[in-house]
Write a protein that binds this ligand. Sequence first.
Ligand SMILES: [Zn+2]
Length: 377
Amino acid sequence: MPEHDPSLYVLDLHTHPTLKTYMFKRRFWRRHHPPGFLFPFTLRTDLDALLEGNVKGLLCATYVTERGWLDDCWPIRLQRPWNDTLDRIFTEVPDDMAREYLNHLDWVIRDTVARRGPHIEVAKSFSEMQRIWSEGKIAILNSMEGAHHLNGNLDNLQDFFERGVCKMIVPHMYPNEACWNVDAIPETILLRKLGCFKQKFQLETGLTPWGRELIERMLDIGMIVDMTHGTPQFRKEVLDLAAEHPRKRPVVMSHVGVHALAPYPMNPTPEDIRRITDTGGVVGIIAMSYWLSRPEIRDCREVLLKTVAHLIEHGGDDVVAFGSDFDGFTGVPRDWKSPREYNNVRAWLLEKYSVEQVRKFLNGNAERVLREGWGKQ
Ligand SMILES: [Zn+2]
């Protein structure tokens, strides 16, 4: 059966197991049974789900929640005095807290190997990832979500790069030193009705002067620039910088739908898709019903195939990739609720596309981005 072809493994460009293993003490080595809807307390990206879904590579994003959450979300504000972990996250300097998260993920993987055997290892470079794969293991890669982790200091960028961070999403939930952001909270969630998330957005804004310097430095050293969560103007300015840069580097949006099917500023337009393709980059499809279609639908098969077809129409076979955002407090589709259901995604794609195309979508395109975008090689 072609869906069992081991070469059709998955390289997922965006996940968040660190959040769940740190905040809620979930155990990566233990099997979880996540439901097919928003349920923050489960862990979707556990070892068993990766093994069963034939996921061989996983970019795990460090995300230290911005202080904006305290003003914008009163349940978090109320809990903070009673919850030591939460208090620590909002008290520590963001770059120090980010280092703690990176150390924590290293420990999670060591602990998993100690309990379950040598199935998995953290890769700090592209060649390490290849070596880990050649040994038949899953490679965990570090990424970062939001330039606020740098705390306004470009020396931190070099430090995180040396610690193996291969990609950074520059904007995130609240404005940072580099740029503003788009709304990333669904209009439909209950907390809005309870008075949370009143942030005003400035969609016409792009990069600050410091943000331009940051993007240039990322393109120089080879930390992949991820434009997810950016404003349309931010995307335009980043793509201009990438086009002018002496070294051709892939620029990506790692976890989105497409604007044609879910018309939010979060999602790329046909023009964005074309320009991302020109850099050699990819658009990673998110496992979140809200960003995949408006109105939102709970089973994603049909809309996922439409999203792939739209990406191919505007960027060709080389632009399609996957960035599930599993464990990022997302409302998952019922039929793609954890890495295990990459078995569904693989089967749907094989109904419509050749094995060679599906291989590109699931791993080849993302691997190319890492080869050309990460480090000096
Ligand atoms: Zn995100």
